[in-house]
Design a protein around this ligand. Structure first.
Ligand code: PNW
Length: 484
């Protein structure tokens, strides 16, 4: 892009996507309404005691299935130009395959039309973890390649129906989370014949093939659309300048981002370290599959919440790699947010809610991350930060005290993050948009409603919404820096 050459004024171009995000199971509620079929998350929340904090479920959540008109009106009123949400596969196909539920299509059509009426661009994710239960029970969900056909048929119905109204599409959200163990199995159940440490790679291969076929179909049906893979991660900083730490850091990139981004941006195949590890059990991608994968994401879409220091395991990389039951195997990379006391003992940045121990405010590292992505994967269409946010510490306490709008930590997070993006853009990184997580407090998966990421508070008894300070800051950052 020519963008950076003109970004000397530190401003967001008019084409910048700027919005807020959510996902179906976390906000919709209406879990049994209008023909929705059950998903793995209904089972995890209802049948696995203690899976979520206080066994909280998404049965009602923010009731957005019914309150979407007011939610869209509110974000339009405060000046948000885009809303990124996910469609529930189990509403469109209650069994994941088979009969289509017209009521659900009509529902999402009205949601999309409402966005357009209010001047809010709809950005749609096809899959945000809520797998139709039938597919889990029939063939093990993402562990089986059988899912690819079913996913593509689901995408076909959705693209055909909404392709003239929606032009930005994420296929799948964060497979490095839902193919792994956070929050203990987010994507599938572990009880299968496949060893636990191999499962993420079977899941990943199905995900990549489903993505690539969906991308090709989508571009055929909607040639002017922007379709992308959506993953998560952050900058990985070697803890020390030792060779062992830099090798561990490279492995963390390979198994974190590269596993997905190399196939989609760098020729269709996995990084060498990933291929090496999986060669004993995973079938290699065929030449046709690699061809279909290569170039299958129009932008590099990343949920870049935080960054980490990375180091070799205490036993050393070689010993870790030799021991398949080592807890860090096969990545064999440790991550931390603090330098050890012997190295000064400082934190990468303020910690978020202890319920999200993976998240610290590491906004200083955002420009480095964006440079790294651009230099490594060279995305032709630029980079979008498709989720970023902060679980405000003590927000529960603030709720008790009635101080619900004073989310100082999150406010500083958005302030510093937006300026970090401007800095990266002024240095030549082609950033095309930001989508803040989240539009409202919602079901934070295993944490239930105890960890809050919303820029709006939700009173879960009355369903009343209130803007928090952070939302005003996010609006301000954009309005101040939007190109005139
Ligand atoms: C994302 N990590 O999950 C999800 O897409 C959202 O549904 C979720 O509510 C939000 O972030 C906040 O948690 C992530 O370990 C989970 O780096 C874990 C990580 C990143 C994102």
């Amino acid at each position: 892009s020519e963008l950076y050459k003109t970004n000397v004024n530190w401003s967001f171009p008019r084409t910048f996507w700027w919005g807020v995000a959510s996902a179906a199971y976390q906000v919709e509620g209406a879990a049994k309404d209008e023909g929705r079929g059950p998903t793995i998350w209904d089972v995890l929340t209802h049948r696995v005691t203690g899976f979520t904090v206080a066994n909280q479920t998404g049965d009602i959540a923010d009731n957005q299935y019914y309150l979407y008109k007011q939610d869209i009106a509110r974000i339009a009123a405060i000046g948000t130009p885009a809303y990124s949400f996910s469609i529930a596969w189990s509403r469109i196909f209650p069994y994941g395959r088979g009969p289509v539920n017209e009521q659900a299509l009509a529902h999402y059509e009205d949601l999309i039309d409402t966005c357009i009426e209010y001047g809010v661009e709809p950005i749609v994710t096809l899959y945000h973890w809520d797998l139709p239960l039938y597919l889990q029970n029939t063939y093990g969900g993402w562990l089986s390649e059988e899912i690819v056909d079913d996913f593509v048929e689901y995408a076909r119905v959705v693209f055909r129906r909404f392709g003239s109204k929606v032009s930005k599409w994420a296929t799948l959200n964060e497979p490095s989370v839902f193919c792994n163990t956070y929050p203990l199995p987010a994507g599938y159940f572990k009880a299968t014949g496949i060893p636990a440490k191999q499962q993420p790679f079977y899941c990943g291969q199905s995900v990549l093939l489903a993505h690539a076929r969906t991308y090709r179909l989508g571009k055929q049906l909607m040639p002017n659309s922007t379709i992308f893979f959506k993953n998560n991660g952050g900058y990985k900083i070697p803890l020390t300048n030792s060779t062992a730490d830099s090798l561990a850091t490279q492995r963390a990139w390979d198994f974190g981002e590269g596993l997905w981004a190399n196939p989609t941006f760098l020729g269709g195949d996995y990084p060498a370290s990933v291929k090496n590890y999986t060669s004993t059990f995973l079938r290699p991608l065929t030449a046709a599959e690699r061809g279909m994968l290569d170039g299958s994401s129009d932008i590099f879409a990343h949920d870049a919440y935080t960054s980490q220091f990375t180091s070799a395991p205490d036993v050393g990389i070689a010993a870790c790699l030799a021991n398949t039951s080592h807890p860090l195997f096969p990545t064999c990379a440790n991550t931390t947010y603090q330098y050890p006391a012997s190295l000064g003992g400082w934190d990468i940045g303020p910690a978020a809610d202890p319920g999200s121990p993976w998240l610290h405010k590491a906004t200083d590292w955002v420009p480095r991350f964006l440079h790294y992505v651009q230099d490594t994967w060279k995305p032709v269409g630029g980079i979008a930060v498709t989720e970023f946010g902060f679980g405000e510490p003590f927000e529960q306490l603030k709720t008790v005290l009635g101080d619900i709008r004073s989310d100082y930590g999150r406010t500083m997070y958005y302030h510093d993050y937006m300026e970090a993006i401007l800095q990266a853009m002024s240095e030549g990184v082609d950033v095309v948009g930001t989508l803040a997580w989240s539009i409202v407090d919602n079901l934070e998966w295993a944490q239930g409603y105890t960890v809050k990421f919303g820029m709006q508070y939700v009173n879960l008894t009355t369903q009343e919404r209130s803007f928090k300070a952070s939302y005003f800051e996010y609006v301000r950052a954009f309005q101040v820096y939007q190109r005139k």
